[in-house]
Design a protein around this ligand. Structure first.
Ligand code: CO
Length: 151
């Protein structure tokens, strides 16, 4: 495993649309393992492949609800709303208020390509939505109500 460099906003790579994963091979495993090491080192709740300059539809989420590897994730149902502070490892030291769905049902694949369905709520749902946005070139700062702030 190797830690990778997390690129910082407004690096244009963060605005790009990511490509679907079609090959579930050793390279994907290495990417996932490196992303986990990078996320653990940064003490974050989630990381998307474009943040380590890989334009593939891959993201990971690590919260009290567990550790999730999402390949080609798609939100298939979103209900309720939650409004709260959000941060991003690509926007160091800043936070901003974002309204998200309270609960999302997400269709994804695991590292072997097997289909998975996750239904998550609260902070974990916020993290899923934040990471899936990254795969579509969206950084949360474009969704912030009011100003970004520190701490
Ligand atoms: Co982020």
């Amino acid at each position: 495993m190797a830690k990778r460099i997390i690129i910082q906003y407004p690096n244009p790579i963060l605005s790009k649309q990511c490509r679907e994963v079609t090959t579930f091979d050793r390279n994907l495993e290495i990417l996932l393992e490196d992303m986990k090491e990078t996320l653990d080192d940064a003490n974050g709740a989630g990381l998307a492949a474009p943040q380590v300059s890989v334009l593939k539809r891959v993201c990971i989420v690590d919260t009290d609800d567990g550790f999730f590897e999402l390949i080609n994730p798609e939100i298939i149902e979103a209900t309720g709303t939650q409004t709260g502070d959000e941060g991003c490892l690509s926007v160091k030291g800043k936070y901003g208020t974002v309204t998200r769905a309270e609960t999302v049902k997400v269709k994804a694949q695991d590292r072997t390509g097997a289909p998975r369905i996750y239904t998550v709520s609260g902070f974990t749902a916020r993290a899923f939505q934040h990471e899936i946005d990254h795969l579509n070139g969206i950084v949360y700062v474009s969704k912030v109500q009011g100003e970004l702030h520190k701490g």
